[in-house]
Structure formats: structure tokens, C-alpha cells
Design a binder for this molecule. Structure first.
Ligand code: AHR
Length: 536
């Protein structure tokens, strides 16, 4: 089985014609000084919305991979854990973040996972080889432990199903185990295992990245679409209320990008509610290590969303269906360093240090941009998961004595705290710079949300060398009382946090801007992501 990495390398030539490599040519981007000194205008009108914002847009992901579960959230031998073996410091951190939904248990892992190995008496659970990551899995943490943990941290599970080696029957059995109260084979098994109450899990992913040759059980779009349809039908016999998400393309780098989505939906459109998409960005081959390009990359995510929706709506037209699908962007993040060699190979050990990407300031700024992209697409993207949450390409890293927050923690935490209610349809007038293959890139990328008289603005300044004057023009109700204002910035784009320096990169207070005559004037520093919240 080829790894995702190997596949990417092999496909890179072909993908040049299709992927974001075509969006960015070899030339470095040109951040032109001549346009960089113009005032940016952000026009905000509380009456003009894009959509209500579904809180599940700020979900995350925990895979049975590396140290995400074991040593991450579950570490029975640790002095930091409770009587369930759950790390208390991690629970506290996730609870205070307020993560609404967390995808589990994979990821590539799920395509070879037998959920029955992870339920029942712990001493009877088999120790198995996880072929996706060449790791050993003790199965001491399984479905019931996950449900207990979700309850403890105040989040909802987004359950992944094995559509690789697993059958539709096994998927429906897991749903029955989780959601049926009693009186059936699988619900009674749950009760026998000591969990009388059903979990009522609403959202389910029908497999993971089934378009990828690296995926266990990889198949053609037609085969997968038919399997997804069968699985969906069997699941709805068990519980009609579930929301089902079919696997879309793993990303624009795939040779089958969009064609996969179209064919899958031709097979299963009537049976599913959403379609997944994934995206990992990096400041390497795609960008030529040019940070100005890198900070524009979230715009390629806007494009990916638009293209995927076009396919959904094309198939809707073919089917004459009244139903409009929504998107589940259930893996997105920066990931480009820890993705080959020992970083992705567990060497048949438990809890190996896999995918332990260390994030720098520029990654955090781009993550801010990616959050902006998700917010302005909130009319059709209803679930999104920062991949992942603990230790594995994660905002939170643990060791035996504690945890630290990576740089990317902060934009994510701000979205969770301040982005509420409705996303506003703001008009941003910004000077631009050139990136080959993209439309002119605005230096300033901004989104706004509003709820109960509180309006929040999230501003990415992509300019690597210049601050930008910004004028917020309040077109209806001027906002003048600032209740929160912070900025993430710094002189070193490559600065990182670690156990040795956990706060090298962290938010700083941003001077509260004042409002006069319906306009708020402020200045966003070069290389920055800023949040400001006003209250009426
Ligand atoms: O999140 C890490 C991996 O990236 C997931 O297992 C897989 O779905 C994706 O390729």
C-alpha cells in the first residue's frame, strides 16, 4: 500500500495540471510597496448576512494515531489522569476551548478498524496491528471510552465508519450499538458492557479518503458510491435521524479531483446529507517557501469549496433533487514537515511520536486565514474539523508533566470564543499583490460575525513588511464599545513554542480602536492576525 506521501510525490507531475501547483507558478509573489500604503476599508452592515454560523464549523479531530489518544487524552498510568485514565489537564484545556464536535477514530486508521475490538471487558480486547500507521493498538480506549470523554469535555462525537475493510452491516451494527436504547442485539451488547443509555450520535462519516490509493480498502468512485449508498440505507433502517457524510476528494492534488465527487454523488446523492473535503497546506513545494504566497493559500480553500459545491449542485440538477447537500470540511490544517519517514511510521510500537508537527508564527497566521475562509462559506460548510487536536498535527502538545499551546492554538481559540451568531457579508476594499495563478491577493482578509449586539472582526494582514491602516465603515449601527481586542504577530515568522518556551508566540493586547462618525480607525501590524469584538 502506498503512503499518502508517496502518492503525492508520484502524482505531483500529473497534479500540476490540476492542483494548487497551477495556482502558483515558479515566480515569487510580488508584494508591491506602491499599493501597500492605501487605507483598507471594511464595510459592515449588520443587516447583510451570509448565513447563520453553525458552531460545528469549529470542530476538531482525534485519530487513533501516534499520541493523540494514548498519552494524549488517555493515559491511565499518569499522575495527571483521573480514575478513567483521562488526562485532566487536557480535558480542562479542551473544555475551556469549547470545541463543539470532534471526529473520531480516523482518518486512515478507521479503514482497517474493527470497532468490536474496542468494546467490552478491557482484559479481553485484542492488541492489534494498525496497518495504516504501522502501529500497535491495545484497544484499551474504544467507543465507550470516547463517548465518556466527549461528555466530560462537553463536545459531540463525529463518528467515522470503516468503509475500507468494514461492511455496511458492521457500520449499521455500530450505529445500533450507539443509538438504539435496548431490545436489539447490538444495543443489548452495549448495555451488557455497562452503558445503559444510548449516545444518540447524530453525525457519521461514511469512510475516510476512499479515493486515495494509500487508503485501506481504496476503491473506484462507483464502487465507493454504491457502498456508501448501501451503508446509508442500512443505517437509516436503524436510526432515521442520523446525518450522513459521504467521502469527497482528498484534495485538489488528486488526479480524480471533482470527478470522484461527481461519480460518488451520482450513486448516493439521495441517501446522504453532506460531502467531505480535506486540505492540508504547507510552505514548501506548493509555495516555493515564499511566505507571501503561503499566506494567500487559504484562498485556494475558498476555490476548493466553490468547486466542490458546483459538483454537488450539478448532481442535484441531474437528480432533480429538492435536497441541497452541505459540506463537511472534516480535515484541514497546515501539515508539511512531519509527513514522511519516522514521522508517519509507528514501527509497530504503541503511542509513537507520529505527525508531531511544530507550528510557527506564519502557520498560525495562515490558520487564521483558513478560519476566515470557513466562516465566509458558512452558508454551505456546516461541519469543519481542525486536524487534529492533541499531539498529532495539533494545537495542543503533551508530555508526561504537562502541555503547551502551539501557535495555531490562538486563531482557533479566537474563532471558538468570538465567532458567533451570523456571518456578515462584509465588503473588504484592500490593496492587492500578485501571486501567479491566483486572482489579485488582497493584503487584508477580513470576516465578521454578529450575535446579540456583539460584533467580531477577524483580520489577517498578509503584508510581510507593512502595517495597514484600516477603516471599518459601519453601514447601519456603529459599534464603539470594544470588549476584546488581541493580535498575533511578531518579527520572526519562523518562531515556535515548545516545552522550553511555551509562550514565545502568543497573542498581545491590541489597542482598542475608537469610533467616530460611524467609522472605526485602526492599524493592523505587518504579518498579523487580529480579533476585535464590540458590544452594543
Ligand atoms: O490527519 C492525518 C491523516 O491525513 C488522516 O489519517 C487522513 O485522513 C489524512 O490523509
Amino acid at each position: 500500500m502506498s503512503s499518502r506521501r508517496q502518492f503525492l510525490q508520484q502524482a505531483s507531475t500529473a497534479a500540476l495540471a490540476l492542483s494548487s501547483s497551477t495556482l502558483f507558478g515558479r515566480l515569487a509573489s510580488a508584494q508591491a510597496a506602491s499599493t501597500a500604503d492605501q487605507t483598507v476599508r471594511i464595510l459592515v452592515d449588520g443587516r447583510r448576512s451570509i448565513s447563520p454560523l453553525d458552531r460545528n464549523l469549529f470542530g476538531s479531530f482525534l485519530e487513533q494515531l501516534g499520541r493523540a489518544i494514548y498519552e494524549g487524552i488517555y493515559d491511565p498510568g499518569s499522575k495527571l489522569s483521573d480514575s478513567n485514565g483521562f488526562r485532566k489537564d487536557v480535558m480542562q484545556e479542551v473544555h475551556s476551548l469549547g470545541v463543539p464536535i470532534i471526529r473520531y477514530p480516523g482518518g486512515n486508521f478507521v479503514s482497517g478498524y474493527n470497532w468490536l475490538d474496542g468494546v467490552g471487558p478491557e482484559q479481553d480486547r485484542p492488541r492489534v496491528l494498525d496497518k495504516a500507521w504501522d502501529s500497535m493498538n491495545s484497544n484499551q480506549f474504544g467507543t465507550n471510552e470516547y463517548m465518556q470523554w466527549c461528555k466530560a469535555v462537553g463536545t459531540l462525537p463525529l463518528m467515522g465508519l470503516n468503509l475500507g475493510t468494514g461492511t455496511p452491516e458492521q457500520a449499521a451494527a455500530l450505529l445500533e450499538y450507539c443509538n438504539v436504547d435496548k431490545g436489539t442485539e447490538w444495543s443489548d451488547l452495549r448495555r451488557k458492557h455497562g452503558y445503559p443509555d444510548p449516545y444518540n450520535v447524530k453525525n457519521w462519516c461514511l469512510g475516510n479518503e476512499m479515493d486515495g490509493p494509500w487508503q485501506i480498502g481504496h476503491m473506484t468512485a462507483t464502487e465507493y458510491g454504491m457502498k456508501a449508498q448501501d451503508t446509508a440505507r442500512q443505517m437509516r433502517y436503524v436510526d432515521r435521524s442520523v446525518q450522513l457524510i459521504a467521502c469527497g476528494s482528498s484534495g485538489p492534488f488528486m488526479p480524480t479531483y471533482l470527478e470522484w465527487d461527481r461519480e460518488v454523488l451520482e450513486q448516493c446523492y439521495d441517501h446522504v446529507d453532506g460531502l467531505s473535503l480535506h486540505r492540508y497546506l504547507g510552505n514548501n513545494d506548493e509555495t516555493g517557501e515564499d511566505s507571501a504566497k503561503y499566506l494567500a493559500m487559504n484562498l485556494t480553500m475558498d476555490r476548493q469549496i466553490a468547486e466542490t459545491l458546483a459538483v454537488c449542485d450539478l448532481v442535484r440538477g441531474h437528480k432533480r433533487s429538492p435536497k441541497k447537500l452541505w459540506l463537511s470540511f472534516d480535515e484541514w490544517n497546515v501539515w508539511y514537515r512531519a509527513r514522511s519517514g519516522d514521522a508517519v511510521n509507528g514501527h509497530r510500537k504503541e503511542a509513537a511520536h507520529l505527525l508531531e508537527e511544530i507550528y510557527d508564527l506564519e502557520d498560525a497566521l495562515l490558520v487564521g486565514g483558513m478560519l476566515n475562509t470557513l466562516m465566509r462559506n458558512a452558508d454551505r460548510v456546516k461541519i469543519a474539523c481542525l486536524a487534529q487536536l492533541i499531539n498529532v498535527i495539533a494545537p495542543i502538545m503533551t508530555n508526561e508533566s504537562g502541555l503547551f499551546r502551539q501557535t495555531i492554538y490562538y486563531p482557533y481559540a479566537w474563532a471558538l470564543q468570538y465567532a458567533r451568531g451570523r456571518v456578515l457579508n462584509v465588503l473588504v476594499e484592500s490593496p492587492t499583490y500578485d501571486v501567479k495563478g491566483l486572482d489579485a491577493v488582497p493584503y487584508v482578509d477580513a470576516v465578521a460575525t454578529t450575535e446579540d449586539g456583539k460584533t467580531s472582526l477577524f483580520i489577517l494582514n498578509r503584508d510581510l513588511s507593512k502595517a495597514h491602516a484600516v477603516e471599518v465603515v459601519w453601514e447601519d449601527q456603529p459599534q464603539s464599545r470594544v470588549v476584546a481586542s488581541q493580535v498575533l504577530t511578531g518579527s520572526d515568522l519562523k518562531a515556535v513554542n515548545g516545552f522550553d518556551a511555551p509562550e514565545r508566540v502568543k497573542p498581545q493586547p491590541f489597542d482598542k480602536p475608537s469610533t467616530a462618525n460611524g467609522r472605526t480607525k485602526l492599524e493592523v501590524p505587518a504579518r498579523s492576525y487580529t480579533v476585535i469584538q464590540w458590544a452594543a
